[in-house]
Design a protein around this ligand. Structure first.
Ligand SMILES: [Zn+2]
Length: 365
């Protein structure tokens, strides 16, 4: 079954982690043995062959570049122009992957429908393992921007739309130029409102993930275009401002949003202590994300508003993801796990791809 993953930071991994994502995961891991500059060295779970092996033929892939003011301790660029240039380097990597036949950009309905036909046909040959996979179908990607700091002025949205950017989450971690994000507070600034207005005019999808509560509610009131939450779990199950409260979930459902279940362990199980807790020690397996998906389905009264948005390459790997997942290809297990939880065939299809597709067909009609 086709699986859609609505949140991967592929180009960040290529350009900042120096990962050649055309290679099998074990080869990428082997090359990182002994490195300690990132917490997930030699523990990555995502590469293009693994996506193919898992039937994950379509992803939402990010550009990401943060601006930090002098008093902001988070890592980031010292000017919006540098952050912009960073995202343009990331775009160049996606383009290089397209030229290599590894990926294909999905930016409108015709390219989406064409790509779905490509992935509806059975995979060529028998896939035994990633190293010898004869499956060479390109991974479709919808370009999204995580944190809008790199949009130097809202005018830049025009050229971003022209090169294929289709979704924007205005905030990430901490204070943002347009909207404050996770672990931060405050309403949308005048610039933030201008950004949303211009996004609305151009037809961007607004990604509500990472908006701090006040900015979230401002955005819900202001934005008239399509809204999704690419990678977000539930505050009712793991209490943290990064997660959605039940009221936020209800508001998103009322807007027709789809919310992607994230596989970052600290968002899945309560009490995670970074660098100390382990997936095994906290019983964090794939079934835990179903608890979050199910919570949203119960609030919605149906299974039309959830999908997957794993974030599996978001600066963590095996050390901080479900212990029963060795690589992203194991997302295939979700089908059986959802069956076990009592979900019917239609609901499972909707959760694994149908809801995102319905959303996109409506947004891009
Ligand atoms: Zn994120």
């Amino acid at each position: 079954m086709l699986i859609i993953d609505a949140h991967l930071d592929l180009s960040m991994n290529a350009m900042e982690w120096n990962r050649d994502l055309r290679l099998p995961v074990d080869v990428i891991r082997a090359r990182e043995k002994g490195l300690s500059d990132k917490p997930d060295r030699a523990k990555g779970t995502v590469s293009l062959p693994e996506l193919r092996r898992g039937g994950i033929g379509l992803v939402v892939a990010t550009q990401i570049g943060r601006y930090v003011a002098p008093d902001n301790p988070l890592p980031g660029w010292h000017s919006p122009w540098q952050a912009w240039a960073q995202t343009q380097g990331q775009l160049a990597w996606y383009k290089a992957m397209e030229e290599a036949g590894e990926m294909v950009m999905i930016r409108d309905l015709p390219s989406l429908e064409k790509h779905l036909l490509r992935w509806a046909a059975p995979a060529p040959g028998t896939v035994t393992n990633s190293a010898t996979s004869p499956d060479t179908r390109p991974i479709g990607y919808i370009l999204s921007l995580e944190g809008a700091d790199s949009i130097v002025t809202p005018d830049y949205l025009h050229r971003a739309y022209a090169y294929g950017l289709r979704a924007i989450g205005p905030a990430h971690y901490g204070p943002g130029r347009y909207a404050n994000g996770t672990d931060s507070t405050g309403k949308l600034s005048a610039d933030g409102k201008r950004l949303l207005q211009e996004m609305d005019n151009l037809g961007f999808i607004l990604d509500a993930t990472h908006l701090c509560d006040e900015a979230f509610w401002d955005a819900m009131e202001l934005y008239t275009g399509p809204i999704w939450a690419s990678h977000n779990n539930c505050r009712a199950l793991v209490d943290h401002n990064r997660q959605f409260s039940d009221d936020m979930i209800r508001a998103l459902v009322a807007k027709g949003a789809v919310i992607g279940g994230a596989l970052d362990a600290w968002m899945m199980v309560p009490g995670w202590v970074r660098g100390t807790s382990t997936p095994e020690g906290t019983h964090c397996n794939l079934e835990k994300v179903i608890d979050h998906l199910d919570h949203i389905c119960q609030l919605a009264g149906n299974a039309f508003h959830v999908g997957m948005g794993t974030d599996l390459d978001g600066a963590f790997g095996k050390e901080q993801c479900p212990y029963d997942l060795e690589t992203i290809a194991d997302l295939r297990m979700m089908q059986t796990l959802l069956e076990k939880r009592g979900y019917g065939a239609d609901d499972i299809e909707n959760i694994l791809h149908g809801n995102w597709l319905r959303f996109l067909r409506k947004a891009w009609a």
